[in-house]
Design a protein around this ligand. Structure first.
Ligand code: BEZ
Length: 215
């Protein structure tokens, strides 16, 4: 299969590519919709499929968590708006859970290609399971891609969001397996004087370049 470079993967630090799309909550200009809040844009391969149903239900069950974190959820798949509506209705009837967040009907694959969600080695017609974390200035901060046959981990999605918001707010770095409440990493000293100052601090120190503190 010939590789076509019209399926570019945006990078961390890029501005989230803007687009206009039809969604289950009405037409959306993405840049307008996400202005001033954190956003999680996530794709799934297809409506009425089992893994996708568990994932979308997971996002819906955590809607309050994301609201409290000033974070908008935006779903997407390469399906029509009628299919999305029928699926939303079907899940509501089966489980009583309503997907309140908008789901983009990316039937022409425009957004999927823009965000590198269409990965031909995996599928030429279905989006992989992508997750884009976008900050309130519209900048991409973290990207996850999962294949069609493996569902995402909601705990890791929530941990990643809290980590990004914490790092952003407090200008700190976060170590392996960091979770809310854990110590954070202090930026390494830039001068010998700062290094000596650090020795006298109450930081948890492994060495002068690896020190942790409470937030
Ligand atoms: C699923 O959501 O179950 C699924 C969708 C596409 C391919 C494989 C699994």
């Amino acid at each position: 299969m010939e590789y076509q470079n019209n399926n570019v993967i945006p990078r961390i630090g890029d501005l989230a590519p803007d687009f206009k799309a039809m969604t289950t909550t009405g037409p959306m200009q993405f840049s307008e919709h996400i202005k001033g809040s954190w956003t999680i844009l996530f794709s799934h391969p297809a409506d009425f499929t089992p893994v996708c149903t568990t994932e979308m239900t997971g996002f819906a069950l955590d809607q309050k968590f994301f609201d409290e974190k000033n974070t908008k959820l935006v779903g997407l798949s390469i399906d029509s708006i009628h299919s999305h509506i029928a699926w939303v209705n079907n899940v509501k009837k089966n489980s009583g859970i309503l997907f309140e967040f908008p789901i983009i009907a990316d039937i022409d694959m425009k957004v999927s290609k823009m965000y590198g969600m269409l990965q031909p080695g995996e599928s030429e017609t279905a989006a992989v399971r992508a997750v884009f974390f976008i900050d309130p200035k519209g900048k991409i901060k973290l990207i996850m891609y999962y294949p069609l046959n493996v569902g995402r981990n909601m705990d890791e999605i929530k941990r990643s969001l809290i980590a990004l918001q914490t790092a952003d707010q407090h200008k700190v770095s976060l170590p392996l397996n960091w979770k809310e409440g854990d110590k954070v990493i202090v930026s390494p000293p830039k001068t010998v004087a700062e290094m000596l100052e650090r020795e006298a601090s109450d930081y948890e120190m492994v060495d002068f370049y690896l020190a942790k503190r409470d937030l």
